[in-house]
Design a protein around this ligand. Structure first.
Ligand code: BES
Ligand code: ZN
Ligand code: ZN
Length: 484
């Protein structure tokens, strides 16, 4: 979708369709689409959030997009309206659309960003594997605004497209997207930018570096694990001593291993690499935006399978930082892979760590599909992550950490165990486990088990099941703030 911005007057704008958000109660409409007012006044135009209707008024094709109660209009409401509009257009005529911003609804920059995100994310189709799948696409989205929102729109377009890129990765099945494939995909992205490089460690190199944790998780699969490292070096970083270290869980499939999962919904575990996919796509976004912040990404990619060579409950592993882990549940594999990934990111120079992982089903049960949970060893850094999430639409809520939870991972045999049968505070002790590998300096952890991959549509602008691209917008916002 091509995105551009133009000033008023509306009659000078060339587009197949004119679209605008309609709150309840509605505003008087711009003269050019005044004819729509009759529909609004008679209650026929949609005001309900996310609903949209295409009509012809005064010789123009006009799309009214409901945004819900005026008093409740926020960026998410605008995203829902734009998504509803995108779906309506893609179910009918596609083509070019001019969206008339209404300064009375939300600040122009925030509104521009939300319209673009809503249209790009709301128009996403996860059915790439359907053999018959033609539908008219929206070719161009023009924002009509009195205030110049050109730069905001450009950035929002880039970030939204990379968010859909992350959704594509999460939706790819495990017979297609293996750890090796994911590493090659990251390399393909890096090849597009002079500022970006990518490499991947295989089992032999992992052995040399003492990465006994990811090696154990990956040993049960025919598909070899990879430790992916991407590096972004801008010419003039604003803070030369700061290196943002993004770490992602990249399980291309999680059967649970010997501690096998139940059968229902297991197909969704192709999305257990959503954190890693988000980190890889976010590096693409950072590079395309040319943000002046140094960044690396480490993705621990592996497949967790049961078999004759799988790791087992009772196994004791040694991670890259020398700490030992007693495995008490092979399905708590994400934290094991992240143990080596976090240590590797520190070794490669990360000063500020942020990991993203579909880590615990308990987080999904606690916060559902809208908020992720955030933990950290440094309140200021954690709060920066929370703020970037709130501003970006990737909502995240702070969770506590406390050394007292450490007893949940005490092992009789090793430095720690990876699972506690008492099942209390599961997301919290998982974070306590990760802290052991985060080294010195600020670290935050996002458990996105509920937000990364939807079993059911969320019913809002993310109207499709499957990958959400959660984390790409948050990371881009965080990186932009660190660039300032
Ligand atoms: N990948 C799962 C977590 C998950 C569950 C993500 C549902 C998305 C939706 C993770 O590896 C896992 O299996 N975690 C266990 C941890 C437990 C054994 C401590 C879980 O949540 O049951
Ligand atoms: Zn698991
Ligand atoms: Zn998992």
């Amino acid at each position: 979708m091509e995105i551009d911005v133009t000033g008023v007057p509306i009659e000078a704008v060339d587009a197949d369709t004119f679209a605008l958000a309609i709150p309840d109660p509605a505003d008087p409409l711009p003269a050019e689409v005044e004819g729509l007012w009759t529909l609004v006044a008679s209650g026929e135009a949609p005001t309900q959030r996310g609903s949209a209707r295409l009509v012809h008024v005064d010789g123009r094709r006009v799309l009214g997009a409901g945004v819900g109660p005026r008093a409740e209009v926020d960026a998410d409401a605008i995203r829902d309206a734009a998504a509803g509009a995108a779906r309506e257009l893609q179910a009918s005529v596609g083509g070019s659309v001019a969206w008339i911003l209404d300064p009375a609804l939300l600040a122009p920059e925030e509104q521009a960003r939300a319209v673009i995100e809503g249209a790009v994310l709301g128009g996403y189709d996860p059915g790439a594997w359907k053999t018959q799948n033609d539908r008219p696409l929206i070719e161009r989205l023009t924002l009509v605004s009195e205030v110049d929102v050109g730069e905001t729109a450009r950035q929002a377009g880039v970030v939204a497209e990379w968010t859909n890129h992350a959704r594509d990765l999460a939706n790819r099945p495990a017979n297609d997207l293996t750890p090796v494939e994911l590493a090659e995909h990251a390399a393909g992205i890096a090849a597009r930018f002079d500022t970006l490089t990518s490499s991947g460690l295989g089992p032999e190199e992992m052995l040399v570096r003492g990465m006994g944790a990811i090696l154990a998780v990956g040993q049960g699969s025919q598909n070899e694990p990879r430790m992916i490292l991407m590096r972004y070096e801008p010419t003039w970083p604003t803070q030369p001593d700061l290196v943002l270290g993004l770490v992602g869980k990249g399980m291309t499939f999680d059967t649970g291993g010997i501690s096998l999962k139940k059968r229902d919904y297991m197909e969704d575990m192709k999305g257990d690499m959503a954190g890693g996919g988000a980190v890889i796509a976010a590096m693409g976004a950072i590079a395309e935006l040319g943000l002046p912040v140094r960044a690396i990404a480490v993705v621990g990619a592996a497949e967790n399978m049961p078999g004759g060579s799988s790791y087992r409950p009772g196994d004791i592993l040694t991670a890259m930082n020398g700490k030992t882990i007693e495995v008490t549940d092979t399905d708590a594999e994400g934290r094991i892979v992240l143990a080596d990934a976090l240590a590797y990111a520190r070794e490669e120079g990360a000063t500020h760590l942020l990991d993203l992982a579909t880590l615990t089903g308990a987080m999904e049960r606690a916060l559902g599909d809208f908020y992720a949970g955030v933990f950290g060893n440094d309140a200021a850094w954690r709060d920066q992550v929370v703020a970037a999430g709130e501003a970006s639409g990737d909502h995240a809520w702070p969770w506590p950490m406390h050394p007292r939870y450490g007893r949940f991972i005490e092992s009789a045999f090793a430095d720690m165990k990876n699972h506690n049968i008492r099942a209390q505070g599961i997301p919290v002790y998982a974070a306590e486990f990760l802290r052991e590998f985060a080294g010195e300096g600020p670290w935050a952890h996002i458990d996105m088990a509920g937000t990364g991959f939807l079993t059911w549509s969320r019913g809002d602008y993310l109207s499709q099941k499957g990958g959400t691209g959660y984390g790409v917008r948050l990371i881009a916002e965080l990186a932009a703030r660190l660039s300032a």
